[in-house]
Design a protein around this ligand. Sequence first.
Ligand code: CP
Length: 319
Amino acid sequence: MKVYKYAKDLGDLNTALREAFEVKANPYKWDTLGKNKTLLMVFFNSSLRTRLSTQKAGMNLGMNTIVLDVNAGAWKLETERGVIMDGDKPEHLLEAIPVMGSYCDLIGVRSFARFESKEFDYNEVILEQFIKYSGKPVFSMESATCHPLQAFADLITIEEYKEKERPKVVLTWAPHPRVLPQAVPNSFCDFMNEANVDFVITHPKGYELCPDFVRGAKIEYDQRKAFEGADFIYAKNWSAYNDGVYGQILSKDMNWTVDTEKMALTNNAFFMHCLPVRRNMIVTDDVIESERSIVIPEAANRVVSAQTVIKRMLNEIIY
Ligand code: CP
Protein backbone atom coordinates (compact mmCIF):
# COMPACT_ATOMS: atom_id res chain seq x y z
CA MET A 1 0.00 0.00 0.00
CA LYS A 2 1.26 3.44 -0.91
CA VAL A 3 2.34 5.74 1.94
CA TYR A 4 2.26 9.52 1.49
CA LYS A 5 5.38 10.71 3.26
CA TYR A 6 7.70 12.37 0.72
CA ALA A 7 7.27 14.72 -2.24
CA LYS A 8 8.09 11.82 -4.58
CA ASP A 9 5.05 9.93 -3.26
CA LEU A 10 2.88 12.52 -5.04
CA GLY A 11 4.49 11.70 -8.39
CA ASP A 12 4.77 14.64 -10.79
CA LEU A 13 4.38 17.76 -8.63
CA ASN A 14 2.79 19.82 -11.42
CA THR A 15 0.09 17.17 -11.80
CA ALA A 16 -0.40 17.15 -8.02
CA LEU A 17 -0.66 20.95 -8.03
CA ARG A 18 -3.25 20.88 -10.83
CA GLU A 19 -5.29 18.38 -8.79
CA ALA A 20 -4.94 20.57 -5.71
CA PHE A 21 -6.24 23.65 -7.54
CA GLU A 22 -9.17 21.60 -8.87
CA VAL A 23 -9.94 20.55 -5.28
CA LYS A 24 -9.63 24.15 -4.11
CA ALA A 25 -11.94 25.46 -6.85
CA ASN A 26 -14.59 22.81 -6.25
CA PRO A 27 -14.13 21.14 -2.84
CA TYR A 28 -17.48 19.29 -2.88
CA LYS A 29 -17.15 17.79 -6.38
CA TRP A 30 -16.12 14.40 -4.88
CA ASP A 31 -18.48 14.47 -1.89
CA THR A 32 -19.62 10.88 -2.46
CA LEU A 33 -16.16 9.37 -3.10
CA GLY A 34 -15.70 8.64 0.59
CA LYS A 35 -19.25 7.41 1.27
CA ASN A 36 -19.19 4.59 3.85
CA LYS A 37 -15.44 5.00 4.24
CA THR A 38 -13.90 5.96 7.57
CA LEU A 39 -10.88 8.16 8.17
CA LEU A 40 -9.16 7.60 11.53
CA MET A 41 -6.82 10.33 12.71
CA VAL A 42 -4.51 9.26 15.55
CA PHE A 43 -2.77 12.01 17.52
CA PHE A 44 0.13 11.27 19.85
CA ASN A 45 0.80 15.05 19.98
CA SER A 46 -1.21 18.28 20.03
CA SER A 47 -2.58 19.94 16.91
CA LEU A 48 -4.91 22.69 15.77
CA ARG A 49 -4.45 22.98 11.98
CA THR A 50 -3.77 19.33 11.13
CA ARG A 51 -6.68 18.08 13.19
CA LEU A 52 -9.24 20.52 11.78
CA SER A 53 -8.02 20.65 8.18
CA THR A 54 -7.66 16.89 7.79
CA GLN A 55 -11.06 16.27 9.33
CA LYS A 56 -12.60 18.92 7.05
CA ALA A 57 -10.84 17.34 4.04
CA GLY A 58 -12.31 13.93 4.89
CA MET A 59 -15.77 15.44 5.39
CA ASN A 60 -15.57 17.28 2.02
CA LEU A 61 -15.01 13.84 0.45
CA GLY A 62 -18.05 12.38 2.25
CA MET A 63 -16.04 10.31 4.73
CA ASN A 64 -16.87 9.48 8.32
CA THR A 65 -14.06 10.75 10.51
CA ILE A 66 -12.84 9.51 13.90
CA VAL A 67 -10.21 11.34 15.96
CA LEU A 68 -8.24 9.56 18.67
CA ASP A 69 -6.11 11.61 21.05
CA VAL A 70 -3.89 8.91 22.46
CA ASN A 71 -2.97 11.02 25.49
CA ALA A 72 -6.53 12.10 26.34
CA GLY A 73 -8.83 9.25 27.27
CA ALA A 74 -7.18 6.28 25.53
CA TRP A 75 -5.12 3.64 27.34
CA LYS A 76 -1.51 4.63 27.70
CA LEU A 77 0.43 2.75 25.04
CA GLU A 78 3.68 0.84 25.35
CA THR A 79 5.70 1.17 22.14
CA GLU A 80 8.78 -0.99 22.84
CA ARG A 81 8.89 -4.76 22.30
CA GLY A 82 10.30 -6.89 25.11
CA VAL A 83 9.17 -4.56 27.90
CA ILE A 84 7.64 -6.23 30.99
CA MET A 85 4.43 -4.24 31.09
CA ASP A 86 4.14 -3.81 34.86
CA GLY A 87 4.08 0.00 34.73
CA ASP A 88 1.48 2.61 33.83
CA LYS A 89 0.95 1.47 30.19
CA PRO A 90 -1.75 -1.21 30.02
CA GLU A 91 -1.85 -1.64 26.21
CA HIS A 92 0.81 -2.33 23.61
CA LEU A 93 0.88 -0.49 20.30
CA LEU A 94 1.19 -3.86 18.54
CA GLU A 95 -2.36 -4.79 19.61
CA ALA A 96 -3.73 -1.24 19.46
CA ILE A 97 -2.66 -0.61 15.86
CA PRO A 98 -4.44 -3.56 14.21
CA VAL A 99 -7.50 -2.85 16.37
CA MET A 100 -7.51 0.76 15.13
CA GLY A 101 -7.07 -0.52 11.59
CA SER A 102 -10.14 -2.73 11.95
CA TYR A 103 -12.33 0.34 12.54
CA CYS A 104 -11.34 2.39 9.48
CA ASP A 105 -10.29 2.53 5.84
CA LEU A 106 -7.49 5.14 6.04
CA ILE A 107 -5.28 6.21 8.94
CA GLY A 108 -3.50 9.52 9.51
CA VAL A 109 -0.83 9.49 12.24
CA ARG A 110 0.73 12.36 14.16
CA SER A 111 3.74 11.25 16.17
CA PHE A 112 6.57 13.70 16.81
CA ALA A 113 10.25 12.96 17.29
CA ARG A 114 11.06 11.92 20.86
CA PHE A 115 14.71 13.03 20.82
CA GLU A 116 15.71 10.01 22.92
CA SER A 117 17.59 8.56 19.96
CA LYS A 118 18.22 9.88 16.46
CA GLU A 119 18.03 6.31 15.16
CA PHE A 120 14.56 5.75 16.68
CA ASP A 121 13.28 9.07 15.29
CA TYR A 122 14.84 8.79 11.81
CA ASN A 123 13.65 5.17 11.47
CA GLU A 124 10.13 6.55 11.98
CA VAL A 125 9.43 3.67 14.37
CA ILE A 126 5.86 4.69 15.30
CA LEU A 127 4.69 5.57 11.77
CA GLU A 128 6.33 2.43 10.36
CA GLN A 129 4.51 0.25 12.90
CA PHE A 130 1.19 1.72 11.73
CA ILE A 131 2.20 1.00 8.13
CA LYS A 132 3.19 -2.57 8.99
CA TYR A 133 0.46 -3.61 11.41
CA SER A 134 -2.71 -1.58 10.67
CA GLY A 135 -3.57 -3.33 7.40
CA LYS A 136 -4.77 0.03 6.09
CA PRO A 137 -3.22 2.83 4.02
CA VAL A 138 -1.42 5.30 6.28
CA PHE A 139 -0.40 8.92 5.83
CA SER A 140 1.75 11.18 7.97
CA MET A 141 0.07 14.07 9.77
CA GLU A 142 3.59 15.01 10.98
CA SER A 143 5.73 12.14 12.04
CA ALA A 144 9.21 12.13 13.57
CA THR A 145 10.96 13.40 10.44
CA CYS A 146 8.31 14.60 7.95
CA HIS A 147 5.28 16.85 7.62
CA PRO A 148 4.27 16.30 4.00
CA LEU A 149 0.74 17.76 4.21
CA GLN A 150 2.26 20.99 5.54
CA ALA A 151 4.93 21.11 2.83
CA PHE A 152 2.39 20.38 0.09
CA ALA A 153 0.19 23.22 1.42
CA ASP A 154 3.30 25.46 1.45
CA LEU A 155 4.01 24.59 -2.19
CA ILE A 156 0.37 25.26 -3.16
CA THR A 157 0.61 28.65 -1.41
CA ILE A 158 3.88 29.57 -3.16
CA GLU A 159 2.36 28.59 -6.50
CA GLU A 160 -0.66 30.83 -5.79
CA TYR A 161 1.30 33.88 -4.68
CA LYS A 162 4.44 33.77 -6.82
CA GLU A 163 4.99 36.80 -9.03
CA LYS A 164 7.67 35.25 -11.22
CA GLU A 165 8.12 31.84 -12.84
CA ARG A 166 11.02 30.76 -10.60
CA PRO A 167 10.89 32.60 -7.27
CA LYS A 168 13.68 32.69 -4.72
CA VAL A 169 12.48 30.84 -1.61
CA VAL A 170 14.47 31.13 1.62
CA LEU A 171 14.05 28.78 4.57
CA THR A 172 15.41 30.54 7.63
CA TRP A 173 16.04 29.14 11.10
CA ALA A 174 14.75 31.45 13.88
CA PRO A 175 15.01 31.24 17.67
CA HIS A 176 12.53 29.37 19.91
CA PRO A 177 12.48 28.62 23.64
CA ARG A 178 11.70 24.87 23.32
CA VAL A 179 13.19 21.88 21.51
CA LEU A 180 11.39 21.50 18.19
CA PRO A 181 11.55 18.66 15.64
CA GLN A 182 13.08 18.89 12.17
CA ALA A 183 9.97 17.48 10.45
CA VAL A 184 8.65 20.76 8.99
CA PRO A 185 11.99 22.01 7.61
CA ASN A 186 12.82 18.49 6.35
CA SER A 187 9.61 18.24 4.33
CA PHE A 188 9.86 21.86 3.20
CA CYS A 189 13.36 21.09 1.83
CA ASP A 190 12.08 17.87 0.26
CA PHE A 191 9.28 19.69 -1.60
CA MET A 192 11.29 22.81 -2.53
CA ASN A 193 14.05 20.65 -3.99
CA GLU A 194 11.47 19.14 -6.35
CA ALA A 195 9.74 22.45 -7.18
CA ASN A 196 10.65 25.09 -9.75
CA VAL A 197 12.18 27.52 -7.22
CA ASP A 198 15.61 28.94 -6.38
CA PHE A 199 15.89 27.42 -2.91
CA VAL A 200 18.24 28.72 -0.20
CA ILE A 201 18.54 27.56 3.43
CA THR A 202 19.98 29.85 6.11
CA HIS A 203 20.76 28.91 9.69
CA PRO A 204 23.49 29.33 12.29
CA LYS A 205 26.41 26.92 11.98
CA GLY A 206 25.58 23.67 13.78
CA TYR A 207 21.93 23.62 12.65
CA GLU A 208 22.59 21.65 9.44
CA LEU A 209 19.56 19.53 8.53
CA CYS A 210 19.55 15.88 7.42
CA PRO A 211 21.38 15.63 4.07
CA ASP A 212 18.67 13.31 2.67
CA PHE A 213 16.29 16.29 2.72
CA VAL A 214 18.74 19.13 2.02
CA ARG A 215 20.17 17.30 -1.01
CA GLY A 216 21.68 19.92 -3.38
CA ALA A 217 20.07 23.00 -1.80
CA LYS A 218 22.19 26.12 -1.32
CA ILE A 219 23.18 26.84 2.31
CA GLU A 220 24.04 30.43 3.27
CA TYR A 221 25.13 31.00 6.87
CA ASP A 222 24.73 34.78 6.59
CA GLN A 223 20.98 35.33 7.06
CA ARG A 224 21.02 38.87 5.67
CA LYS A 225 22.83 37.73 2.52
CA ALA A 226 20.32 34.89 2.10
CA PHE A 227 17.41 37.34 2.35
CA GLU A 228 18.71 39.53 -0.50
CA GLY A 229 16.31 39.34 -3.46
CA ALA A 230 14.11 36.68 -1.81
CA ASP A 231 10.50 36.35 -2.97
CA PHE A 232 9.38 34.14 -0.08
CA ILE A 233 10.75 33.95 3.47
CA TYR A 234 9.79 30.74 5.25
CA ALA A 235 10.72 30.95 8.94
CA LYS A 236 10.99 27.94 11.22
CA ASN A 237 12.86 26.83 14.28
CA TRP A 238 14.38 23.40 14.54
CA SER A 239 16.70 21.64 16.98
CA ALA A 240 20.13 20.31 16.05
CA TYR A 241 20.35 17.24 13.82
CA ASN A 242 24.08 16.50 14.00
CA ASP A 243 25.44 13.51 15.96
CA GLY A 244 26.40 14.35 19.53
CA VAL A 245 24.00 17.32 19.72
CA TYR A 246 20.88 15.72 18.21
CA GLY A 247 17.69 17.29 19.56
CA GLN A 248 19.53 20.05 21.41
CA ILE A 249 19.04 23.82 21.39
CA LEU A 250 22.41 25.31 20.38
CA SER A 251 21.30 28.93 20.13
CA LYS A 252 18.46 31.26 21.03
CA ASP A 253 20.10 34.15 19.21
CA MET A 254 17.43 36.81 18.71
CA ASN A 255 19.52 38.31 15.90
CA TRP A 256 17.90 35.58 13.79
CA THR A 257 14.32 36.79 14.46
CA VAL A 258 12.63 37.87 11.21
CA ASP A 259 11.95 41.60 11.43
CA THR A 260 11.07 44.49 9.10
CA GLU A 261 14.72 45.50 8.68
CA LYS A 262 15.61 42.06 7.30
CA MET A 263 12.44 41.84 5.20
CA ALA A 264 13.52 45.14 3.60
CA LEU A 265 16.50 43.26 2.10
CA THR A 266 14.16 41.00 0.14
CA ASN A 267 12.30 41.48 -3.13
CA ASN A 268 9.21 42.54 -1.12
CA ALA A 269 8.97 38.90 -0.04
CA PHE A 270 5.94 37.14 1.27
CA PHE A 271 6.32 35.87 4.83
CA MET A 272 5.39 32.25 5.57
CA HIS A 273 5.32 30.05 8.67
CA CYS A 274 3.51 26.76 9.30
CA LEU A 275 2.07 27.99 12.65
CA PRO A 276 1.81 27.89 15.59
CA VAL A 277 4.38 30.68 15.79
CA ARG A 278 6.04 32.35 18.78
CA ARG A 279 5.74 36.06 18.02
CA ASN A 280 8.80 38.20 18.67
CA MET A 281 10.94 35.06 18.88
CA ILE A 282 10.50 33.70 15.33
CA VAL A 283 8.99 36.83 13.77
CA THR A 284 8.04 40.29 14.93
CA ASP A 285 4.42 41.43 15.24
CA ASP A 286 4.97 43.92 12.41
CA VAL A 287 6.11 41.29 9.91
CA ILE A 288 3.47 38.68 10.70
CA GLU A 289 0.74 41.34 10.60
CA SER A 290 2.06 42.93 7.39
CA GLU A 291 0.20 42.78 4.09
CA ARG A 292 2.93 40.44 2.75
CA SER A 293 2.31 37.88 5.50
CA ILE A 294 0.46 34.90 4.03
CA VAL A 295 0.39 32.63 7.07
CA ILE A 296 -3.42 32.48 7.15
CA PRO A 297 -3.96 31.47 3.48
CA GLU A 298 -1.05 29.05 3.97
CA ALA A 299 -2.90 27.41 6.89
CA ALA A 300 -6.16 27.44 4.91
CA ASN A 301 -4.41 25.47 2.17
CA ARG A 302 -3.93 22.63 4.64
CA VAL A 303 -7.48 21.53 3.76
CA VAL A 304 -6.53 21.52 0.07
CA SER A 305 -3.33 19.49 0.54
CA ALA A 306 -5.05 16.98 2.82
CA GLN A 307 -8.07 16.63 0.55
CA THR A 308 -5.91 16.10 -2.53
CA VAL A 309 -3.94 13.33 -0.79
CA ILE A 310 -6.97 11.65 0.81
CA LYS A 311 -8.83 11.78 -2.53
CA ARG A 312 -5.92 9.95 -4.17
CA MET A 313 -5.82 7.38 -1.37
CA LEU A 314 -9.56 6.76 -1.68
CA ASN A 315 -9.19 6.27 -5.41
CA GLU A 316 -6.37 3.79 -4.72
CA ILE A 317 -8.50 1.67 -2.35
CA ILE A 318 -11.73 1.90 -4.34
CA TYR A 319 -10.46 1.22 -7.87
N1 CP B 1 1.24 23.44 11.14
C1 CP B 1 0.69 22.46 11.89
O1 CP B 1 0.87 21.25 11.62
O2 CP B 1 -0.13 22.92 12.86
P1 CP B 1 -0.71 22.03 14.05
O3 CP B 1 0.45 21.53 14.85
O4 CP B 1 -1.61 22.94 14.82
O5 CP B 1 -1.46 20.88 13.44
